[in-house]
Design a protein around this ligand. Structure first.
Ligand code: ZN
Length: 247
């Protein structure tokens, strides 16, 4: 799954009070995994479950790293010690009244969870304290013990390079001549709606407000229509016609 899609899914689960209590996220890039687990955690703590940092009180203290209900174990490489797992379990069994009801722990490299540490964690995964969420990260899901894997919701995170190629589609369309701009409608309609929204938002903040201010309003209108109306094909046509007229 893509990052954005995963966040949207989790947001829905949170709003319906059906958030998974343990998630295993797999990708071969540790940095991407770390960033993404931070994004998910911030959203879970956020007062509004906002997909982006909305500067609410909880988002702020999360970003400032002053949140006690958020713990990370493992550095992405070394084995995770049993003592650290026990320590974590002890800490998370106590009740706190911090910011919101959730407590989150991240295991940076679940494939290094072996033997005693894994055994210690299993029961915790199986019967977690209320509102505790485990986010396990792995660069190699085939090395994660099956007993751990079977207790988690597995998310295989797609690399974003395919997305950024497509993200350039909007930017690329802006470079085209009038007729080719109009022909782009089939390409845009083929895309997944959330993907198109992500693309437009990215193009808006990085390119349009800097270079193409005359289409800024139309871009925001299209984003709005994609999010809140059903006439999305029509909205795409209107947007492209506008583009072909003013660019
Ligand atoms: Zn927030």
């Amino acid at each position: 799954m893509r990052k954005r899609e995963t966040l949207e899914k989790f947001k829905e689960q949170l709003q319906n009070n059906k958030m998974f209590s343990s998630i295993l996220i797999s990708n071969d890039n540790q940095e991407l995994l770390n960033d993404f687990s931070n994004e998910i955690s911030r959203m879970i703590f956020c007062e509004n479950y906002s997909l982006e940092n909305d500067d609410c009180y909880n988002c702020k203290i999360f970003i400032n790293k002053t949140l006690l209900n958020f713990v990370t174990l493992g550095d992405g490489n070394l084995a995770i010690n049993k003592i650290d797992v026990l320590d974590l379990m002890q800490k998370f069994s106590l009740t706190t009244n911090e910011v919101n009801k959730f407590k989150i722990y991240v295991l940076a490299n679940a494939e290094n969870l072996k033997n005693e540490s894994a055994n210690a964690l299993l029961k915790f995964l199986e019967e977690p304290p209320a509102n505790t969420i485990a986010i396990l990260l792995t660069k190699n899901k085939s090395q994660v013990l099956s007993t751990i894997k079977s207790r988690c919701k597995l998310i295989v995170l797609e690399n974003e390079n395919t997305l950024s190629e497509k993200q350039n589609l909007i930017k690329e369309i802006l470079e085209r001549d009038k007729n080719s701009i109009l022909l782009a409608n089939a390409e845009l309609k083929k895309l997944d709606k959330s993907e198109l929204i992500a693309m437009l938002e990215e193009a808006y903040s990085k390119t349009i407000v800097k270079k193409y201010l005359n289409i800024a309003e139309a871009t925001l209108k299209l984003i709005y229509d994609l999010k809140f109306t059903f006439q999305t094909n029509l909205a795409i046509d209107v947007f492209l016609i506008h583009l072909s007229e003013v660019i």
